[in-house]
Ligand binder design. Structure first.
Ligand code: SF4
Length: 764
């Protein structure tokens, strides 16, 4: 049994392997020299924002402000390969559907607007004006604007997202399914309840002051790689990094910083986690509740011994509401419950608590491992409760950091991409633009899919993204898209969502983040994005566009808007030709963007003020608010344990992947090469099933809606993961995530806890 990944420290993340991988990707793009030159402008004040994740940029960055996955994202966009009309003429859509996600996108950048021809089952080139006109006539032809769904991927800039929401609200709906519905929705909801703002409260600089950093349900090595640099610097100066992650992720164990010449030359690396705990899937809330229980026990012991208090009573008294009720909830939670649900021992949890208590300043970071469960909102409230105990918010080196996966997913929500917009925002829009805004709340992702399936929705517009592959229950979503009157995808490369055309369907190719967007006067246009630290900064492409027929996302939205709602409210093309005007409108309607255009042109941009970071609590209680929920009665993992051959599955990314974009078939940090259909499982679970590494199985979803969900032909890979928990890649395994299984309050698909079993396949 190949157990090289069990319990032993693996090679370091980053290092020469990262440089080799960067070289390979730049070579694969066919543009190694210009690709390398392009990278020197990534995340630079006079350059472009990396189209990857939303990790922040340091005040005084280096010339190499990018990571291995940033190189993959840019090389993938800046490839010399082109998916031209000839490419689409060669194959029918049905034939293209047989390609994998990787094979499809490997064909390169879209070059022309394309319209689906049902008769030949092919996409044919179309003129922009004709496309806009037909889209406009179909949208205005719908008997109700709520019959259209307007999806946004987190890559859209503030300017594109603001113009999009304005167009859609003038059109008359709040149907804004967006990618954050599937990622940090629970974070926004829980944090607004707890501290009055749905965004992280720390700056990058706080990582230089924290004494301890708790990293929960997050794999920065692949998903936010530059964060490893910040964790490494913290570890080197003596801060403790405590990790809660079911899977042993190489980046959280050891990191060799490619920017540190000495470390690289001596082949060295730095230990990141000083404590690595592996809760079972869905066990994070219990683990955090356990730490709170240990803190309160330590407090009682300190009081009994006449020692200084462990709790920050000044903060609790002045700034908090609900502490007493919370304390009762913690005391009512037994260690047996905590150990059974978390899968961790009391001793392990107490070791983590010792780190917490001995640290003056603590930051807590988290990602999808926390947000994609039924009880995610309650888990994040529990993290807030735990941090309140010692006042770890609103002071240097301390606070909350939900790390966003997409470069501008936070910015899109800030500028109005929200199916439940606030009245303040709608009032401001109505007052500023003098039109009647739609007040009825709209559809998030799951509601949009439901409406597309039951026929109440008839049109889908996608601003970026790969809706059909990012969403759960892939077979149902394909059915939903293909029964629509209209599907429109604004994209840089062909993807599978494009191959599920509605009656009328368009693929509209847009500029990439690295490409220059010249306006009529020939001036390069600036866009802006907001990172996980609420820093708004500018981005301007530097490369010649992949095709002379591309338009910017802003110009495409302006074209569709003009053809659909006309220019009674605004002159769309004027705004598209001068993004400063769009920013003036943002400044006029959204607090915090004063002097937007001026401040945006400062190096690194500006910070959007975060009230909770100043200990101002915009909550119903006017205080930082404890919650006192009981632990979930049972997690999927606990339920699976009761059944024979049942497991709790989580989906995640490989190291050669960014969201649904697959850059390659290797996952070098987990020792998988040239394939994606794998299931990571504990060797003892294989033995218990009389199975072996390499055996192939079908993975069968177990959900109570009578729908059979099967992911075929996956290979077992023994891995260091708690018994009963297993993992594999999305989008391939999204077919197993039931539409009906969604987070309470967040409505986020529960992609981190899916009940499954296996069906043996004859080995090849
Ligand atoms: S850390 Fe994220 S934003 Fe930074 S270079 Fe890497 S992928 Fe891009």
């Amino acid at each position: 049994m190949d157990t090289k990944f069990i319990g032993k420290k693996s090679a370091a993340a980053g290092g020469w392997g990262a440089l080799k991988s960067c070289g390979k990707r730049l070579l694969q793009s066919g543009m190694p020299i210009s690709g390398a030159r392009t990278m020197l402008k990534a995340n630079q004040p006079d350059g472009f924002d990396c189209p990857g994740c939303a990790w922040g940029d340091p005040e005084h960055g280096s010339s190499f402000e990018f990571c291995e996955n940033g190189v993959k994202a840019v090389a993938w966009e800046a490839t010399e390969k082109r998916a031209t009309p000839a490419f689409f003429a060669e194959k029918t859509v049905s034939q293209l559907r047989r390609l994998t996600d990787y094979e499809l996108e490997l064909n390169g950048r879209l070059t022309h607007p394309m319209r689906y021809d049902a008769a030949s089952d092919r996409y044919l080139p179309v003129a922009w004006e004709d496309a806009f006109a037909e889209i406009g006539s179909i949208l205005t032809g719908l008997d109700n604007p709520n019959r259209a769904e307007f999806y946004t991927s987190g890559r859209a800039s503030n300017e594109a997202a603001f113009l999009y929401q304005l167009f859609v609200r003038v059109y008359g709906t709040n149907n804004f399914p967006d990618c954050s519905n599937m990622c940090h929705e629970a974070s926004g909801i829980a944090m607004r309840q707890a501290v009055g703002v749905g965004k992280g409260t720390v700056l990058l600089e706080d990582f230089e002051e924290a004494d301890a950093i708790f990293v929960i349900g997050q794999n920065p090595g692949t998903n936010h790689p530059r964060m490893l640099g910040d964790l490494r610097r913290a570890a080197i100066r003596g801060a403790r990094v405590v990790v809660f992650n079911p899977i042993r992720e190489r980046g959280l164990e050891r990191f060799s910083d490619p920017q540190d010449k000495v470390e690289m030359l001596r082949g060295g690396s730095t230990d990141i986690a000083s404590l690595y705990l592996q809760p079972q899937l869905g066990g994070d809330m219990a683990a955090v509740r356990g730490m709170a229980k240990a803190v309160l026990a330590a407090e009682d012991a300190a009081v009994a011994a006449g020692l200084p208090s462990v709790l920050d009573y000044a903060f609790l008294a002045e700034h908090c509401a609900g502490f007493a009720e919370y304390r009762k909830a913690v005391e009512a939670t037994s260690w047996a419950e905590i150990e059974d649900q978390s899968g961790l021992s009391r001793q392990e949890i107490e070791r983590a608590t010792d780190v917490y208590i001995s640290a003056e300043r603590v930051i807590c970071t988290w990602a999808m491992g926390v947000t994609q469960h039924l009880h995610s909102v309650a888990t994040i409230r529990e993290i807030a409760n735990f941090m309140f105990l010692r006042g770890n918010i609103g002071r240097p080196g301390a606070g909350f950091c939900p790390v966003r996966g997409h470069s501008n997913v936070q910015g899109d929500r800030t500028v109005g991409i929200n199916e439940k917009p606030s009245d303040d925002f709608l009032d401001a829009l109505e007052k500023h633009f003098r039109f009647t805004v739609p007040r009825q709340h709209g559809h998030n992702v799951l509601a949009a899919i439901g409406a597309m399936l039951d026929g109440s929705a008839e049109a889908f517009i996608g601003l970026g993204g790969n809706f059909a592959r990012a969403t759960p229950d892939s077979a149902l979503v394909e059915k939903a898209l293909r029964r629509l009157k209209l599907t429109v995808h604004i994209a840089t490369k062909p993807n599978h969502s494009h191959l599920m055309p509605g009656e009328t369907a368009f693929i509209l190719p847009c500029l990439g983040r690295t490409e220059m967007d010249l306006n009529a006067a020939g001036n390069s246009q600036l866009i802006s994005v907001e990172d996980s630290m609420s820093m708004v900064h500018g981005s301007a492409g530097i490369n010649r566009p992949a095709s002379p027929h591309l338009l910017s996302e802003v110009a495409i939205i302006a074209g569709i808007a003009q053809a659909t709602v006309g220019s009674a409210v605004v002159d769309w093309s004027e705004l598209a030709d001068d993004h400063d005007l769009i920013r003036d409108h943002i400044e006029a309607t959204i607090p915090g963007f004063e002097n937007y255009n001026k401040r945006l042109r400062k190096p690194r941009g500006f910070h959007l003020r975060n009230t909770a970071a100043h200990r101002e609590w915009d909550t119903p209680a006017g205080k930082a608010s404890f919650s006192c929920e009981a632990l979930p009665e049972e997690t999927v993992h606990q339920r699976a344990r009761k059944g024979e051959g049942r497991f709790a599955l989580q989906t995640f990314r490989s190291h050669d992947q960014y969201n649904t974009t697959v850059y390659g078939l290797d996952d070098r940090y987990r020792g998988v090469y040239g394939e994606r259909k794998v299931i990571f499982i504990h060797p003892a679970d294989l033995t218990a099933m009389n199975a072996e590494a390499g055996d192939r199985v079908d993975v069968v979803g177990e959900h109570d809606d009578g729908i059979e969900r099967i992911a075929e032909n996956f290979r077992f890979v023994p891995y260091d993961i708690p018994r009963g928990s297993i993992a594999g890649y999305y989008p391939e395994l999204n077919v197993l995530v039931p539409l009906g299984s969604a987070g309470r309050e967040s409505d986020t698909p529960t992609s981190k806890s899916i009940m499954v079993s296996f069906r043996r396949r004859k080995t090849a």
